[in-house]
Design a protein around this ligand. Structure first.
Ligand code: ZN
Length: 243
C-alpha cells in the first residue's frame, strides 16, 4: 500500500523524491554539524594554511586527569607548548593540575562543564549554560576568563552557533586527528600523524588516555628531529586566549 502511494503520490506526482530527501536531510545535517573544519555554522580556527614556519599546535581534550601531569612533564622535556581544552567537572576534581598547566606556560580552553553525550540535542540556552559554567570554574581556579572554546565531539550546529554568539567565545578546532581516543595501535597512530604533518597544523589529542603519553613522546621526538616547534593556538593564530 505504502509502496503504491510512494509511486502514485498525490495527484499522480510520485512521493519517492520527497521520501529520499526526508531520509538524506538528517544525514546531511549530522555530517555538516560534526565536521568542525568545514566552518558551516561558525568560523573557527582549525589550522594555519601555508604557514611559513615549521610550527604546529598540540591540543588536549577531556582533562584534566591523572594523565595530564605526565603530559606536562613531556612537554617540558621537549620544550613544547600546548593548549588544554578542559571539562569544568574535571577542573573541579583537579584544580592543582589546572594551575600547573598555566604555570608551565600552556593555555587552557573551554570544553563545557559536563561534556554531556546529549550535546547535539541541547537547546542553545543549555549549551550557553554549559559554556558559562565551565568558564566560572576556570575563573575560580586561575582568575582567567577563557576565550577559546572547543565543542565536545566537534559538534557545531545552529544551536551551538547561537550559544557561542551569546557567550562570545572563539572556536578552536583541529585539522589533524590522532584518533588516540578510539584506536589502540600506538605505532599506527604515530605513523599516520608523521605522514600527514604540515606546518600550521592543529593536532587533536586527549589527556584522559594513558596511551596518549607514549604517542606524545614519539611525536615530540619526531618534531625535534624534523625541527618542528609545538606552539600554542594563541601564538599560531595571533589571537587572545583570555579576555
Ligand atoms: Zn571532548
Amino acid at each position: 500500500m505504502i509502496a503504491v502511494a510512494m509511486y502514485t503520490g498525490i495527484n499522480g506526482l510520485p512521493l519517492w523524491p520527497i521520501a529520499i530527501l526526508a531520509i538524506l536531510y538528517p544525514v546531511f545535517l549530522i555530517t555538516i554539524s560534526t565536521n568542525i573544519r568545514w566552518n558551516v555554522f561558525v568560523k573557527g580556527y582549525h589550522h594555519q594554511k601555508k604557514h611559513p614556519k615549521k610550527e604546529v599546535c598540540l591540543t588536549f581534550d577531556d582533562g584534566p586527569t591523572q594523565v595530564t601531569p605526565h603530559i606536562l612533564e613531556l612537554l617540558d622535556k621537549y620544550d613544547a607548548k600546548a593548549c588544554f581544552f578542559c571539562i569544568g567537572k574535571q577542573m573541579e576534581k583537579h584544580p592543582e593540575i589546572v594551575q600547573e598547566i598555566i604555570k608551565r606556560g600552556h593555555t587552557i580552553g573551554n570544553h563545557t562543564y559536563s561534556h554531556t553525550r546529549k550535546m547535539g540535542f541541547l537547546s542553545s540556552k543549555s549549551i550557553a549554560r554549559e559554556i558559562d559554567a565551565c568558564n566560572i570554574v576556570a575563573n575560580n581556579i586561575t582568575g582567567l576568563n577563557l576565550q577559546f572554546f572547543r565543542p565536545p565531539f566537534g559538534i557545531i550546529n545552529p544551536k551551538t552557533k547561537r550559544a557561542i554568539q551569546k557567550t562570545g567565545h572563539r572556536v578552536i578546532g583541529w585539522n589533524l586527528r590522532t584518533y588516540d581516543a578510539i584506536l589502540n595501535n600506538e605505532t599506527k597512530i604515530v605513523d599516520r600523524v608523521k605522514r600527514k604533518l604540515q606546518p600550521g597544523d592543529v593536532i587533536l589529542l586527549h589527556d584522559n588516555k594513558e596511551q596518549t603519553v607514549t604517542i606524545l613522546e614519539q611525536l615530540l621526538i619526531h618534531f625535534e628531529s624534523n625541527e618542528y616547534q609545538a606552539i600554542r593556538p594563541d601564538q599560531l593564530f595571533k589571537i587572545h586566549a583570555y579576555i
